[in-house]
Design a protein around this ligand. Structure first.
Ligand code: HAM
Length: 420
C-alpha cells in the first residue's frame, strides 16, 4: 500500500473543524487590525529563499526541498512565507500608492527536518507581515495580536520571549565581540559553527550541539551592543507591551533561525508539546525589501505554527472534556422544567456546556447529581424562585450565590458563568 511521505500527513475530516475554527478567529482578528489576505505560490526560484533566509542557515543549508525543473531552473518548495510576500510586494510595486500594507496568509510550508510530534516536513503557518511602519508600536501590536489569538482560543501559559538583534549600525560591534569570544573557544566548537563563524557568526548562537551550547555560555549578547536608536526602540516595545498587559520576558539568547532580522525578534514558547518549542516566531526585517530589489521600506511580521497550535488546543479540549459542565440547571416543578429546558438549549447554542435533570427529583438529590457531575455552577429554579423573580445561581468553586431576575435570565447567566 502506498502511504504518505515521511513527515507529511493528512488532516482528517474529524480534525478539520478545529483548523477552520482557528482560521476563522485569526481572520477576524486580522480584519480588525487592518490586514488583507494575500495568497502566494507554493514554489519560488531557489535564489529568493537563499538570499533572504540566508545561505548559512539550517533552512537553506539542509532543509529545503530544491530541485531542477525540466528546463534546469532551480526551484524550491517554500520553507516560509515572508520571502514570497516581500517578492510579491516588490514585484507588484505595492508600495507605489502607499508603502503601508498589512498582509496575512495561511498555507503549507516545507522543511526537511527530523519529524516528531509538532514537527513535520509539510507544516502550516498563519503568517502576517506589515510593510512601511518603522515605529516600535507596531512591533508591540504584532505580539499583542498573537496574545489576543491565544487568549480567544483559551490558551494560557504562553509567554512571548523578545530580544533586539540590533541594526547595521550596531551589529558590527557585536559581531566583533562575538568573533573574539568564538576565536578563544574554537577548539570546543563543531565544524558547522567554525564554518559559520566566517559567514555569519550570529548563527553559531543558534547551534543545537550540546558541547557548542556549553562553550557559548556567557557569549556577548546583542543587547549589550545596541546603538542608542535600537535601544530606545526596544524600550518602547517593552513599555507598550506592559501598558497593554501583554506578558513577555526579555531573552537575550533569542537569535531566530533566519538571517533577515534586525531590531525586535520574538518567539512564543510552550512546553505543551513536550520539550520546549516555539508556537510562533517573528521579528523586524527593515533591510530585506531593499536587499531583494525594492525601495528602502521597513517591515515586520510573524508566523504561527498552525499544526502546533492545533495540537495545543486539542490537548486543552481533551482536558476540558473531563471537566464538568459550565452550568447544571436544577428544575423543581413543571413550569421550572419548561423554562430550564429552553434556557439550557439557548446556552448550548451560545457555546456553553450545560446539563439538566428531567426526573423531577428533590432539590437534595439534584444537588447531589450536580456535585457528582462536577458542575461549575448550578441554577436553582423552583416555583418559589420564579414567583419571587429571583433565581439562584450558585458558583460551586467560589461558593458564592447571585440572584437573577426573570427579565433576561440567559443574558445574566452568560455574563456570570463566562467570568470564571
Ligand atoms: P520560523 O520561526 O521559522 O519563522 O517559523 C514560525 C513557526 O512555524 C515556528 O515557531 C513553528 O511554530 C512553526 N514551524 C517551523 N517549522 C516547523 C515544522 N517543521 N513543523 C511544524 N511547525 C513548524 C518563520 O518562518 C518566519 N517567516 C516568521 C516571520 C514572518 N518573520 C517575519 N515575518
Amino acid at each position: 500500500m502506498i502511504q504518505t511521505i515521511r513527515g507529511f500527513r493528512d488532516i482528517l475530516p474529524e480534525e478539520a473543524p478545529l483548523w477552520q475554527r482557528i482560521e476563522t478567529i485569526a481572520a477576524d482578528i486580522f480584519r480588525n487590525f487592518g490586514f488583507q489576505e494575500i495568497r502566494i505560490p507554493i514554489m519560488e526560484k531557489t535564489e529568493l529563499f537563499a538570499r533572504s533566509i540566508g545561505e548559512a542557515t539550517d533552512i537553506v543549508e539542509k532543509e529545503m526541498y530544491t530541485f531542477p525543473d525540466r528546463k534546469g531552473d532551480k526551484l524550491t518548495l517554500r520553507p516560509e512565507a515572508t520571502a514570497s510576500i516581500v517578492r510579491s510586494y516588490i514585484q507588484h510595486k505595492m508600495y507605489a500608492a502607499d508603502p503601508v500594507r498589512k498582509f496575512y496568509t495561511v498555507g503549507p510550508m516545507f522543511r526537511r527536518e527530523r519529524p516528531q510530534k509538532g514537527r513535520y516536513r509539510q507544516f502550516y503557518q498563519i503568517d502576517a507581515e506589515v510593510f512601511g511602519i518603522a515605529s516600535p508600536y507596531i512591533d508591540a501590536q504584532l505580539i499583542q495580536i498573537l496574545n489576543e489569538l491565544f487568549q480567544r482560543l483559551g490558551l494560557s501559559g504562553l509567554k512571548a520571549h523578545i530580544n533586539s538583534l540590533g541594526c547595521p549600525e550596531c551589529r558590527p560591534n557585536f559581531q566583533k565581540a562575538l568573533l573574539d569570544f568564538l576565536s578563544a573557544r574554537k577548539e570546543a566548537l563543531c565544524d558547522n559553527c567554525i564554518r559559520r563563524m566566517e559567514k555569519n557568526p550570529l548563527r553559531t548562537l543558534d547551534c543545537k550541539v550540546p558541547t557548542c551550547r556549553q562553550a557559548l555560555e556567557g557569549a556577548p549578547t546583542t543587547l549589550d551592543h545596541l546603538c542608542p536608536d535600537c535601544s530606545t526602540h526596544f524600550d518602547t516595545v517593552q513599555s507598550t507591551l506592559k501598558a497593554q498587559n501583554v506578558d513577555f520576558i526579555v531573552d537575550n539568547t533569542l537569535v531566530r533561525g533566519l538571517d533577515y532580522y534586525s531590531r525586535t525578534a520574538f518567539e512564543i514558547l510552550t512546553t505543551a508539546l513536550g520539550a520546549q518549542s516555539a508556537v510562533a516566531g517573528g521579528g523586524r526585517y527593515d533591510a530585506l525589501v531593499q536587499e531583494l530589489g525594492g525601495p528602502q521600506i521597513p517591515a515586520i511580521g510573524f508566523a504561527i505554527g498552525f499544526d502546533r497550535l492545533v495540537h495545543i488546543v486539542e490537548q486543552l479540549d481533551q482536558q476540558k472534556g473531563n471537566e464538568g459542565p459550565d452550568l447544571f440547571l436544577l428544575a423543581l416543578g413543571d413550569k421550572a422544567m419548561e423554562n430550564c429546558h429552553i434556557w439550557s438549549s439557548q446556552l448550548n447554542l451560545s457555546g456553553f456546556r450545560t446539563e439538566m435533570d428531567y426526573s423531577g427529583k428533590s432539590l437534595k438529590s439534584l444537588m447531589k447529581r450536580a456535585g457528582k457531575r462536577n458542575a461549575r455552577n448550578v441554577l436553582i429554579v423552583g416555583d418559589a424562585e420564579m414567583e419571587a423573580n429571583a433565581l439562584v445561581l450558585r458558583n460551586m468553586e467560589a461558593r458564592t450565590q447571585t440572584t437573577i431576575s426573570l427579565d433576561d435570565p440567559v443574558g445574566e447567566i452568560k455574563k456570570l458563568i463566562s467570568n470564571i
